[in-house]
Design a protein around this ligand. Structure first.
Ligand code: DHB
Ligand code: FE
Length: 280
C-alpha cells in the first residue's frame, strides 16, 4: 500500500534557486539558510528515501495567468520542465511525474467532492523547483517522482486554510487507497511572512511565523481557523502562501512529531521557514 510517511514545510524564495545554481551556498548571506537544510538533505537521502513527493506549491503566473486560475490543480503528466521566468529556464533536471498515482489521487479527490483541475502539460516555476533544490541539492536527476499540486494564492480569492486542511485529509485517504507500495511524502511550500509590493514591502513577522511552526506540531488544529485577513495583516500580502502548508499538515493526520525545524531572516524579502514532520 502507498503511505504518507512525512511532511515538509518550506519557503520557495526564487533567489535561493539562483544561489544554488551559481554555487553561492557558502557565501555569508546564504550559508545560514543552506545550513538549515543540511539535516533534511541527509535524512532524505539516507533515511527517508521517498519514492514520490506530492508537492503542494503555487505557480507565479508561469503556467497560469489571469486567463485561467484554478483554485486546486493536480499534475497528471509524465514530466514537467522548469519554466522560463524571464531569465531562461533554470538548468535543473526535468521533474518526473507519477501519472498512475496522480490520476488515482485526482479520481479519489473528485469523488470525495474536491473539484480538482487536471493538468496534463505544464512547466513548473520556482514554487516547485526551489524546494527540490533545497532538499536534494544538485543531482543529475531528481531522486523522487513528483505529483505537483498547484494552489491559487496569487489572485484573490485564495482557498481558506480550513479547506486546504480538509483537502490534505482527502489526499491522505487517496494515497492510503493506492494499491502499490510507495513511500510518499507531502510538502507544503511558500511563505513564510513576506510582502513584495506596496508600502509594507519587506514586512517580516518572526513571532507570528514561529507560532505557526509551533502549531504544526502535535494535535492542535488551531491553524485551520486562521482567516485570510489575519495572514494579510500579520504576514504581509504574500504570507497567504502559508495556507499551502495546511494541505501538508491535514494530510499527516491527527498528531505530528517534529524531526527538524529551522527559521532564518533575511532571504530576499521573505522569512525562511522549514520544518520536517512525521505523522504519529
Ligand atoms: C520572493 C518570495 C516569493 O515567495 C516569491 O514567489 C517571489 C519572490 C522574494 O522574497 O524575493
Ligand atoms: Fe511565492
Amino acid at each position: 500500500m502507498a503511505r504518507i510517511t512525512a511532511g515538509i514545510g518550506c519557503s520557495h524564495v526564487p533567489a535561493l534557486g539562483v544561489a544554488s545554481d551559481f554555487d553561492k551556498e557558502e557565501e555569508p548571506y546564504w550559508k545560514p539558510i543552506f545550513d538549515g537544510f543540511e539535516w533534511t538533505r541527509k535524512w532524505e537521502s539516507e533515511e527517508a528515501r521517498p519514492d514520490v513527493v506530492i508537492l503542494v506549491y503555487n505557480d507565479h503566473a508561469s503556467a497560469f495567468d489571469m486567463n485561467l486560475i484554478p483554485t486546486f490543480a493536480i499534475g497528471c503528466a509524465e514530466r514537467y520542465s522548469p519554466a522560463d521566468e524571464g531569465w531562461g529556464p533554470r538548468k535543473v533536471p526535468d521533474v518526473e511525474g507519477h501519472p498512475d498515482l496522480a490520476w488515482h489521487i485526482a479520481q479519489s479527490l473528485i469523488l470525495d467532492e474536491f473539484d480538482m483541475t487536471i493538468i496534463n502539460e505544464m512547466d513548473v516555476d520556482h514554487g516547485l523547483t526551489v524546494p527540490l533544490s533545497m532538499m536534494f541539492g544538485k543531482p543529475d536527476k531528481w531522486p523522487v517522482k513528483v505529483v505537483p499540486l498547484a494552489v491559487n494564492v496569487v489572485t484573490y480569492p485564495p482557498p481558506s486554510g480550513n479547506r486546504c486542511w480538509a483537502l490534505g485529509e482527502a489526499i491522505r485517504r487517496a494515497v492510503d487507497s493506492f494499491p502499490e507500495d510507495l513511500n510518499v511524502q507531502i510538502w507544503g511550500t511558500g511563505g513564510m511572512s513576506h510582502q513584495l509590493q506596496g508600502p509594507r514591502a519587506g514586512l517580516i513577522n518572526r513571532e507570528w511565523d514561529n507560532g505557526f511552526l509551533d502549531k504544526l506540531i502535535g494535535s492542535t488544529d488551531e491553524l485551520r481557523r486562521i482567516q485570510h485577513i489575519e495572514y494579510l495583516r500579520e504576514t504581509g500580502s504574500e504570507g497567504i502562501e502559508m495556507v499551502m502548508w495546511l494541505i501538508m499538515r491535514g494530510a499527516l493526520g491527527k498528531t505530528t512529531r517534529c524531526l527538524h525545524r529551522h527559521y532564518h531572516v533575511p532571504a530576499s524579502n521573505t522569512a525562511i521557514g522549514h520544518i520536517v514532520l512525521e505523522p504519529e
